[in-house]
Structures are given as C-alpha cells and as structure tokens.
Design a protein around this ligand. Structure first.
Ligand SMILES: Cc1cc2nc3c(=O)[nH]c(=O)nc-3n(C[C@H](O)[C@H](O)[C@H](O)COP(=O)(O)OP(=O)(O)OC[C@H]3O[C@@H](n4cnc5c(N)ncnc54)[C@H](O)[C@@H]3O)c2cc1C
Ligand SMILES: NC(=O)c1ccc[n+]([C@@H]2O[C@H](COP(=O)([O-])OP(=O)(O)OC[C@H]3O[C@@H](n4cnc5c(N)ncnc54)[C@H](O)[C@@H]3O)[C@@H](O)[C@H]2O)c1
Length: 483
C-alpha cells in the first residue's frame, strides 16, 4: 500500500467493475487508488458468477453426456457433490484475494483496505479494519463502484428467520436435503437448477412465471426443465409468512393455502444498491438509492445535470443500468477512458457508440441464464420492442431441427426467436433456449450492435453441422429480403 493520499482518481469498490475503471484510468496515465471493504474481486469472483456457474457446470456436463448415445452408457455414476464443492472452492481461491491484489499491483493501482465514504468534493475517507482513518483526495474523479446486495422483502417473519441470500447459496459447504427458493428470476432459477442437480429437494416459489423479463417461452421451458430435474415449481403464488420450525428448518405459508417445509430458504428477490452511508446525500443524492448516470457514467442530479460539476462517476450494479458483470465492465471501460480524457482536457462526446459511452446498455444487453435448459438473450423481446413502438416481425425456429443440434445431443429440444425491425430490416432482439446456447449469443449481439441488414446476414454463413445453423433457418423462415 502506498502512503500517498492525493491521486488523480479514487475508485470505491474493487469488484470486477471498480477494477476495470481503475485499470482504464491507470492506463490513461491517471494515478489511481482503489478502496475495498471486503475482498478484491467483489461479488462476481467469490459469491456470484464464478461460484454459481461452477456449481452448475458439473451437473450440466453430466446431463450433456447422458444425452449422447455411447457417452450415456459410459456415465453411470451420480454427481460427486463433494468434488463439485471442492472445484468451487478452487475457483473462488477459498475466498482469498491474493491473486487479485497481485493483479492490482501489476496494473500500477494502489489499494487501500477499508470502508469508504465520500466526505467532501473529490474527497474520500476510508476507515480501515483497525479503525484508523485515511483521507484521500482526487484531482479529477471519484468513481463509486460499490455494487448491490440482496433484498429481503417485507414478508412477515422473513427477516427474523435469517434465510439464505445468494452469498450463502453460492458458498455452501454442506448441501441441504431440502431447499425453498423465493423468487423466480435469474438467481432463483439458476440456484434451483444447481441444487436440484445436487439431489436436494427444491421448491421454487414465484409470484408469477419464471424469468419474467425474457420471452415467455424461456420461462415456460425452464419450468418444464426444473420439473424434469425433480424440482417443485410453485408459480403465481404469494408468500404469506415464514417461520422457523422446532428442528431449525423453515415453514413457508403460501397464498394458495399450501405450506412448504424445508431445511433452508434462499431469498432471491432482486438487489438493492450499496450506497447507504456513503455520504452522497451531501451532494443532493438519496442515501441508499440507485445512482443515475449519463452514458459516460457521470452521476446525475435530479435535474439531470452532472453532480457538482462532474467529478462523481458510478459504474456497475450501483447505477442499475444492467446488473451484469460484462455490462458493468463495459461501463467501466467507458468511465475510465472518459475520466482520463477529461483530465487531459479532451472533448468527451456523449453521442451514441463513441469511445466514452456505454450505448449498448440501452438496446443490446446480452445475458445467459445457466438454467436447465440454458437461456441466452440479447436486445429487445417481442413484447419490449412492441411497447417501444417498433414495427416488428417475430421469427421462431425449433433449434432441435438443425443438423448441428442432432449431433450435439439426442432429442435436442430448443427454441430460437429473432425479433426484426421491419422498417430498418435489422435484428432488434434474439433469444435462444436449449443446451449450450450461451455460446451462440455473441453472434446475435454482433448483429444487433452492428445493425447488420438482414440482406447482408444471408452472407454470414454458419458452419455445418453446428447449432449456429439456426441463423440460416431463422433467415429462411423470415424470407430473403428483395434487393
Ligand atoms: C448469485 C449471482 C450470480 C450472478 N451470476 C452472474 C453471471 O453469471 N453473469 C453476470 O454477468 N452477472 C452475474 N451476476 C451479477 C454480477 O455478480 C454483478 O453484476 C457484478 O458482480 C457487479 O459488479 P460490481 O463491481 O458492480 O459490484 P460488486 O462485485 O458487488 O463489487 C462492489 C465492491 O465494492 C465494495 N464496497 C461496497 N461498498 C464499499 C465501501 N463503502 N467502501 C469500500 N468498498 C465497498 C464491496 O465490498 C465489493 O467488493 C450474478 C449475481 C448474483 C447475485
Ligand atoms: N446468469 C446471469 O447473468 C445472472 C445470474 C444471476 C444473477 N444475475 C443478475 O443478478 C441480478 C439479481 O438477480 P435476482 O434473481 O435476485 O433478481 P431478478 O430481478 O432477476 O429476479 C427477482 C425475482 O424475484 C421476484 N420477486 C421480487 N419480490 C418478490 C416477492 N416479494 N415475492 C416473490 N417474488 C418476488 C421478481 O418478480 C423476480 O422474478 C439480476 O438482475 C441479474 O442480472 C445474473
């Protein structure tokens, strides 16, 4: 750690996003310090993407082998859950951050450990683990990258019962015999898939269908997939109350009169911003609120103007634009570059698709949900495009009818949807549901971000026999546009 207290840039929060803001700023010649209260690497590395995907991967690989004749006969044993947990421990470096600290060092970024507050314009006070405080000042910018935490909704008895949040579910050391999950979003459906794969009796409780923001067929197929794995899926039900049982389990009373009793309860009902107690109310911002930003990630006040002349930035979950690691990293690259450019007196244009803006946040956010089956989507759903006033045509194609899918798995079952903007002849959105569709998604992201005309997409020839031939089938189903 350096003894310096004056920097060009101070980044609060060393999650994936903060690390990337700091890296881009440092690469732009800015003297940069990052402040972290817990582990360098943040949620994604230790309690979110990496451990959750690792917990899911082994059972997905096993199911994939079981779907291929010849491999199926060779794979006869059950999942080795203890080995899965050991692999997860390895992937999280046993919740130590030495590797990431080394990376910061190599990138020329100073680290101060402790809890940061914004104590004045361009000033951050850090309270270290020993209670000592350090005051840091920034010549150019302070970037808030403090992420988000799990919401516990106001359900009688819920908070007092001390349920699991995603942190407990992803760092589990002893898999419970039974698990109820409240919330049918991404965390809920992924953890239901993971724990059902472990052999846990899973009850997934959702107040509507699953994966609400996605194309409806995605949630329907994931519901069917989870049931096939043996999970109980309770759809369209409210949760009336939660209490602990005498044997330290949970009793959950649902609105339809049924009662679910399980060893553990995971609450996966969304996120809230980690902005409480940061001192931002001194700048007219709501304590504990999401931070609204412009496309270069400068925090905006209620009037839509950069706060206090524009030295305060916010990237990642905390700005609520897209709660995804890759999108937060994209924002971080824009913010870090914009900070360095402004510091050098360069013009920073906020026009779409420039070097300093995160335009894709508005219309081309890709997301893969690693459920059974996998859901991969980017851009607008048909409903969202319709609502936004586009004149659209929706093209669906069953992925199982593509030769590549025949080869990939016996009885491959999947669905693809392409949403076309009829006025411009370009793709607005795409959704793929099925085994291993995540790797298909980037082709759709490129088509959408590049606004590639459908007529030209006919010349992007998918290799045979791969699942990407679904693109050809989607285009053929749409029909070749006239010259
Ligand atoms: C279970 C789960 C699975 C997920 N899976 C995926 C996935 O597969 N793919 C994907 O793209 N996204 C996934 N996400 C979302 C992803 O984890 C987040 O979008 C991402 O971690 C946000 O990064 P961040 O840097 O903004 O915040 P964080 O990673 O939360 O980092 C913020 C950091 O700031 C620190 N901090 C907070 N306040 C202070 C303070 N006052 N002073 C000092 N330090 C502070 C925190 O300790 C933390 O280290 C998942 C989320 C969950 C919950
Ligand atoms: N693979 C991935 O990309 C991935 C995986 C996990 C999480 N994430 C990210 O993490 C974020 C958080 O995930 P999440 O699942 O917590 O949030 P979410 O917004 O995806 O889902 C929350 C769900 O909880 C439901 N809900 C809210 N209040 C409820 C209540 N009182 N009772 C019952 N249901 C209730 C909502 O209707 C919604 O379906 C997401 O925004 C997502 O972007 C991404």
């Amino acid at each position: 750690m350096s003894a310096a207290t004056e920097y060009d840039v101070i980044v609060i929060g060393a999650g994936t996003v903060g690390e990337n803001v700091a890296d881009r700023a440092a690469q732009g010649g800015m003297r940069t310090v990052i402040v972290e209260a817990e582990l360098v690497g943040g949620e994604c590395s230790y309690w979110a993407c990496i451990p959750s995907k690792t917990l899911l991967r082994s059972a997905a690989a096993l199911r994939a082998a079981q779907r291929v004749g010849g491999a199926r006969e060779a794979v006869t044993g059950p999942l080795d859950v203890a080995a899965v947990l050991r692999r997860r421990d390895y992937m999280t470096s046993d919740w130590t951050d030495d590797g990431q600290v080394k990376w910061l060092d190599g990138a020329g970024i100073d680290l101060v450990r402790g809890w940061a507050t914004v104590s004045g314009p361009r000033e951050v006070t850090v309270t270290g683990p020993d209670g000592a405080t350090t005051v840091l000042t920034a010549r150019h910018a302070v970037a808030v990258c403090t992420g988000s935490a799990a919401v516990l909704p106001d359900i009688p008895g819920l908070r007092d019962s001390e349920p699991w949040t995603s942190r407990d579910a992803t760092s589990v050391q002893r898999v419970p015999v039974s698990l109820a999950i409240l919330g049918g979003g991404t965390v809920g459906t992924e953890m239901a898939t993971a724990y059902a794969g472990f052999g846990t009796e899973v009850h997934l409780i959702a107040r509507s269908g699953l994966l609400g923001g996605a194309e409806p067929f995605a949630g329907e197929r994931v519901t069917a997939g989870l049931k096939e794995l043996g999970a109980h899926v309770h759809l369209g039900v409210t949760t009336e109350s939660v209490e602990r049982t005498d044997d330290d389990g949970f009793r959950i009373r649902l609105g339809d009169g049924s009662v679910v009793e399980t060893d553990e309860l995971l609450v996966a009902t969304g996120r809230l911003p980690r902005t409480s107690g940061l001192g931002l109310e001194a700048f007219g911002l709501e304590d504990g609120g999401w931070l609204t930003v412009d496309d270069s990630m400068r925090v905006l006040d209620a009037a839509g103007e950069p706060v206090d002349g524009g030295w305060l930035y916010a990237a990642g979950d905390v700005n609520h634009r897209a709660l995804l690691t890759h999108q937060g990293k994209y924002q971080a690259r824009a913010a870090g570059d914009a900070i360095a450019a402004r510091a050098k007196g360069r013009e920073v244009s906020l026009a779409p698709w420039g070097a300093f803006v995160a335009t894709a946040d508005h219309q081309a956010v890709p997301q893969v949900t690693f459920t059974e089956p996998e859901v991969a989507s980017v851009g607008l759903t048909a409903a969202a495009a319709d609502k936004a006033g586009y004149r659209i045509r929706v093209v669906d194609y069953p992925i199982g009818s593509v030769s590549g899918a025949y080869v990939l798995a016996d009885d491959y079952d999947g669905m693809a949807r392409m949403v076309v903007d009829e006025d411009r002849g370009v793709v607005l959105g795409a959704t793929f549901v099925g085994q291993d569709v995540g790797e298909l998604l980037h082709s759709a992201t490129i088509a959408i971000v590049g606004e590639v005309p459908l007529q030209r997409l006919w010349h992007a020839v998918p290799s045979y026999p791969t699942v990407s031939e679904v693109w050809l089938r989607l285009l053929e189903t749409y029909g070749r546009p006239a010259e």
